[in-house]
Design a protein around this ligand. Structure first.
Ligand code: SF4
Length: 279
């Protein structure tokens, strides 16, 4: 059994919140480059260049990539041979988010649903914890903006809707979203499980590096077919026209009940932010 003091978790979460919000991943920058090579709209190319420049400034000057620094979403893989000491895991994470958003001068975006009163420190964070083998903890912080989250949906298709039903729903969702989720987007798709699980699958699919293949060849094929349809919609970068409405479609799937066919679409804006660490 390996002992880990929760103070270390607070420190790491603090740093991850700041890094995720200021340092866009290399995979996203490369996806912008690929899109620039394929984009037919001169304005679309210009916008993609601006997004790259924005990311450069954010990294160099340590300022947020976007004013919406998001809901702090945490994915924790907790090794079953870890013994946490010095406090409570949930509290340690919330404290890390509190410190990260304060020390990084990141906008506090979380409020009471009725009164809209801001909680003042961007907590509570949303924490997804999975117990895994080993004596390490992997922590991923993925700040999620409100604009793209608002465009996301869960639906229960019928089994007879089949793969065509998935395509129709996902493409229609992107079409109806238009410029609201700040395209170019990454379209996270969850298939199977049940109501809450399918939404989590869609969100988790967004953590896969851009440009990587889906390990399941059937899903990989489906991703590229849906992406092609999406990029024929003409929405383009920032909704001003062009081919690059989405940079990628990512799918995660699991078995479902014989009576069900759950589907979730979690749209991620171009500020595709997430950072991870292992302790
Ligand atoms: S959707 Fe994304 S890019 Fe647009 S304002 Fe929100 S966080 Fe920023």
């Amino acid at each position: 059994m390996r002992e880990i003091d929760v103070k270390l978790i607070t420190e790491k979460v603090r740093d991850l919140c700041m890094k995720a919000n200021t340092d866009l991943g290399e995979d996203v920058l490369q996806a912008f480059d690929r899109a620039m090579g394929e984009e037919e709209s001169p304005l679309g190319v210009e916008i993609l260049k601006e997004l790259k420049e924005n990311a450069r400034i954010a990294k160099e000057e340590k300022v947020p990539i976007c004013q919406d620094t998001g809901f702090a979403i945490l994915f924790i893989e907790l090794g079953q041979d870890v013994h946490l000491v010095g406090g409570n895991l949930n509290e340690a994470i919330q404290e890390g988010v509190r410190q990260g958003y304060k020390d990084g001068y990141l906008r506090k975006s979380i409020c009471h649903p009725f009164t809209r009163a801001n909680t003042g420190d961007n907590t509570p964070a949303i924490i997804h914890t999975e117990v895994v083998a080993g004596d390490k903890i992997k922590m991923t912080v993925a700040p999620k903006g409100g604009g793209s989250e608002n465009m996301s949906r869960v639906t229960m298709l019928t089994p007879s809707d089949g793969i065509e039903g998935i395509k129709r729903f996902v493409v229609q969702r992107v079409k109806e979203s238009g410029s609201n989720p700040c395209p170019p987007t990454i379209v996270g798709v969850g298939i199977g499980g049940n109501l809450e699980q399918v939404a989590l699958l869609a969100k988790k699919s967004l953590l896969r590096p851009l440009g990587s293949k889906n390990p399941d060849p059937e899903l990989d094929q489906l991703e590229s077919e849906i992406l092609t349809e999406i990029n024929h919609l003409g929405i383009g970068p920032q909704g001003l026209g062009g081919r690059t409405t989405s940079l990628a479609v990512h799918i995660l799937m699991m078995p479902c009940h014989i009576a069900s066919f759950p589907l979730a679409v979690n749209i991620q804006c171009h500020a595709q932010r997430h950072k991870e660490t292992i302790i």
